[in-house]
Ligand binder design. Structure first.
Ligand SMILES: [Zn+2]
Length: 84
């Protein structure tokens, strides 16, 4: 079981999407890892925009990934907008 960084409820990992920091990009960015295969620390969210909104308000993704709060999650937002 994993905890959703948005609503803090526990769920099976197959019901959540994983996010990781892509450190290969020129500047580190948070990306969605839909198949949960990328290395490194991950943060999990329900694939629902309200969970993303709640996580964003609390900077929970950045805190979970132990990166600076200013690290943008634009790519995560874009993924949610096109997949949910
Ligand atoms: Zn949630």
């Amino acid at each position: 079981m994993r905890t959703c960084a948005g609503c803090r409820r526990k769920a099976h990992r197959s019901d959540l999407v994983r996010m990781v920091v892509d450190r290969h990009a020129a500047t580190a960015t948070v990306v969605v890892d839909p198949r949960a295969v990328l290395p490194g620390r991950g943060v999990w969210l329900h694939p629902q925009t309200d969970c993303l909104d709640r996580a964003e308000t609390r900077r929970a993704i950045q805190r979970g990934l132990r990166v600076t709060p200013s690290l943008p999650i634009d790519q995560v937002r874009a993924w949610f907008e096109s997949h949910v």
